[in-house]
Ligand binder design. Structure first.
Ligand SMILES: CC(C)(COP(=O)(O)OP(=O)(O)OC[C@H]1O[C@@H](n2cnc3c(N)ncnc32)[C@H](O)[C@@H]1OP(=O)(O)O)[C@@H](O)C(=O)NCCC(=O)NCCS
Length: 374
């Protein structure tokens, strides 16, 4: 019998080998590895390998994937021209969505479902997505585009392109761990979007452009930008209580709080919280974490809701001196591995997604009244 589940809550839409979110226990794992086991122990590149091949790589396998990723960093000139010419005030996430779509027009033979070809496309997307974001940021701020380098990790290369300088080991490690924590998260809205598009046997670029569009929303990846806007609006720790009370009275959503699946703490949040505490202490900007901690405390007490991944990642990126409108793009950079792995998995056992809807409109059997008599 058909069931109606608004927002598809509780519905299992397909099987996956890539990851699971156990909401009641607060567990997230990728291919059997708990996120707490992975974070800090493996690099983002190892996670990309894990998601693509469902096993952790040995040294030779990692070297091969790393070389392949680094070999793909150059963007087609047409995409660079677009990044240079795009409106400077455009949202970087919109530019990324459009640039990914453009990239699809450079691969005329890949609009098929040959998994080996599409694996190459997945590697290219993981490699190029950060270049797109960083180059647009350079272009909009009137700075030259630093030449691509092949001797830097994914995280270090993104920070290098953003600033023109090789980042410190500490900054690289911080972003790398953030990438690891954001890489995969089951059938979240953007991953599900990618799989729905892929299920029509459309191409990888269409699936990923759609996923970026889904991620952008403030109820999904856009929340991390909302967190900083909120902290800026509150201004100082002494104003937190009144601000949150007022927001709750107005039935506003507090960004970075709550989750559809996690009923206990999001297991990614403590890692980002720890990094946020360290970074803000180093910068002498402890007020950001103080405000965050108080907001989280009030929301736990008042609504029984916990901080999610976006709550502390916002402060981490802020502390790395990354502009606020690049927070969601960074989420997209990290999630590219998860999205593309899901698209490959969808194609390996494809069935078109086609849910039903429950009709609640006018009764069936309406008659057309001539237009002049309506
Ligand atoms: C993530 C989110 C969309 C999940 O939503 P959901 O499962 O559809 O839950 P609902 O929006 O139906 O919320 C259920 C209840 O909790 C409240 N709630 C949930 N998140 C809240 C938040 N961030 N601030 C205030 N109240 C919140 C709702 O108001 C609702 O209360 P009510 O039953 O008294 O009306 C929601 O928690 C949210 O909007 N969070 C803020 C955005 C965010 O951080 N997104 C990133 C997710 S990783």
């Amino acid at each position: 019998m058909a069931v109606v589940s608004k927002g598809l809550e509780g519905i299992v839409a397909a099987e996956t080998r890539l990851g699971e979110v156990k909401g009641a226990e607060g567990i997230l794992f990728y291919c059997g590895y708990d996120i707490n086991e992975l974070a800090g122990k493996v690099s983002y590149e190892e996670v990309v390998y894990l998601l693509f091949y469902q096993k952790l790589p040995n040294r030779a396998e990692l070297e091969k994937l790393t070389t392949a990723l680094r070999a793909e960093r150059e963007l087609p000139q047409g995409v660079i021209d677009y990044l240079l010419a795009a409106p400077k005030k455009a949202k970087p996430i919109d530019i990324m969505r459009t640039a990914v779509s453009m990239l699809g027009s450079y691969e005329l033979n890949r609009h098929d479902v040959d998994v080996s070809e599409n694996l190459a496309t997945a590697i290219r997307l993981v490699s190029q997505i950060g270049v797109i974001a960083a180059y647009f940021h350079r272009a909009r701020t009137g700075k030259e585009l630093p030449p691509i380098r092949k001797d830097l990790s994914e995280a270090a290369h993104f920070l290098y392109l953003m600033t023109g300088e090789v980042p410190s080991k500490e900054a690289e490690k911080t972003l790398d761990v953030a990438y690891v924590l954001h890489a995969e998260h089951g059938f979240n809205a953007s991953t599900f979007t990618a799989r729905v598009v892929a299920s029509t046997l459309s191409d990888m670029y269409s699936a990923i452009s759609a996923a970026i569009g889904a991620l952008k929303g403030p109820l999904h990846g856009g929340a991390n930008e909302g967190v900083i806007h909120m902290l800026e609006e509150i201004g100082s720790p002494d104003k937190v209580d009144a601000w949150v009370e007022d927001a709750l009275a107005q039935k506003k959503k507090i960004m970075g709080i709550g989750h559809r699946v996690y009923k206990v703490l999001d297991p990614r949040a403590p890692h980002l919280r720890e990094m946020a505490i360290q970074l803000t202490a180093q910068l002498g900007e402890a007020k950001w974490i103080q405000m965050s901690e108080r907001i989280a405390e009030i929301m736990r007490e008042r609504k029984g809701l916990n901080a999610n991944v976006d709550f502390y990642s916002a402060t981490v990126y802020y502390s790395l001196d990354i502009p606020t409108d690049l927070f969601t793009p960074i989420f997209a950079i990290a999630r590219m591995s998860g999205w593309t792995a899901h698209v490959l998995e969808q194609w390996s056992e494809n069935r078109l997604f086609r849910p039903l809807s429950e009709y609640v409109g006018r009764p069936y059997g309406q008659k057309v009244v001539p237009i002049d008599e309506r």
